[in-house]
Write a protein that binds this ligand. Structure first.
Ligand code: ATP
Ligand code: MG
Length: 261
């Protein structure tokens, strides 16, 4: 399964979800690849890849000068690899404008990738060409949504984008679900927002919610997924539950994914 983690809103938990869901899946023995498609490079940092050791990156993969196999690096977690991002990626949106099939660059690179059970693409906070490449390459989209007052604002724009990509560029694409992040059970507003999102999006919303948990925000500064930094904290436990629910959801999908992913 190729999964794009997308939301054009900044700071909603895309990267935290990518890193910890990927870690939880690798921890149960699956082979997982994270593609850091954000010039900020937070997923690479959170997986412990320091900037000096990022030679080939998502930038070279998109521009076609490196393959996934050349660019991916191992992480401290067995079975978990990452194609890191560098600041050069911020130029890719412009550099790709005149390139042939510019929305299909990542999809094309992934057809040559080594075998993985799951590939998770961490998108930047915009609906530009980097996110478009992720949506064209992906089978499913997972949308992290922060449980705050403006949560639903922007969601219809994102769903519209997914629908347009499905109609025009990638018929295989669909929304896997929405995961509520930074949920604060002691905060009435946060609970109300969670209820509103469920009322609008129904079964698309994962039952598992990710609580606001300081350990999740501390872990990246140690170059560790929260699951390694503190495997027992509420945040880690939530991501283990999310991985379980993710696997259940994709098992019940009618469509079989190609053998190479
Ligand atoms: P961007 O749009 O900039 O890429 P993002 O959507 O990837 O952001 P994150 O980087 O995952 O969001 O999270 C934003 C900030 O909130 C980070 O500092 C992160 O450590 C923190 N954070 C994420 N999830 C939680 C949580 N459940 N509890 C507490 N802090 C969190
Ligand atoms: Mg991010």
């Amino acid at each position: 399964m190729i999964l794009a983690l997308a939301n054009q809103k900044g700071g909603v938990g895309k990267t935290t979800t990518t890193v910890n869901l990927a870690t939880a899946l690798a921890a149960i023995g699956l082979r997982v690849l994270v593609i850091d498609s954000d010039p900020q490079g937070n997923a690479s940092t959170g997986l412990g890849i320091d900037r000096k050791s990022r030679s080939s990156s998502t930038y070279e993969v998109l521009l076609g000068s490196a393959g996934i196999a050349d660019a991916m690096v191992p992480t401290a977690i067995e079975g978990l690899f990452v194609v890191p991002s560098t600041a050069a990626l911020s130029g890719a949106e412009i550099e790709l404008v005149d390139v042939e099939r510019r929305s299909h660059r990542l999809a094309a690179a992934l057809t040559e990738a080594p075998a993985f059970d799951h590939i998770l693409i961490d998108c930047p906070p915009s609906l530009g060409l980097l996110t478009l490449n992720a949506l064209v390459a992906a089978d499913r989209v997972l949308v992290p949504l922060q449980a705050e007052f403006f949560a639903l604002e922007g969601l219809s724009q994102l769903l519209g984008t997914i629908e347009r990509v499905r109609a025009g560029l990638n018929p295989a694409l669909s929304l896997l679900g929405i995961v509520l992040t930074m949920v604060d059970r002691r905060n009435r507003l946060s609970e109300n927002v969670a209820e509103d999102v469920r009322a609008v999006m129904g079964a698309k919303v994962f039952e598992t919610t990710i609580p606001r948990n300081v350990r999740l925000s501390e872990a990246p500064s140690h170059g560790l997924p929260a699951l390694l930094y503190d495997s027992r904290c509420a945040g880690s436990e939530a991501y283990i539950a999310l991985a379980r629910e993710f696997l259940q959801r994709i098992q019940s999908l009618p469509q079989v994914t190609p053998a190479n992913v």
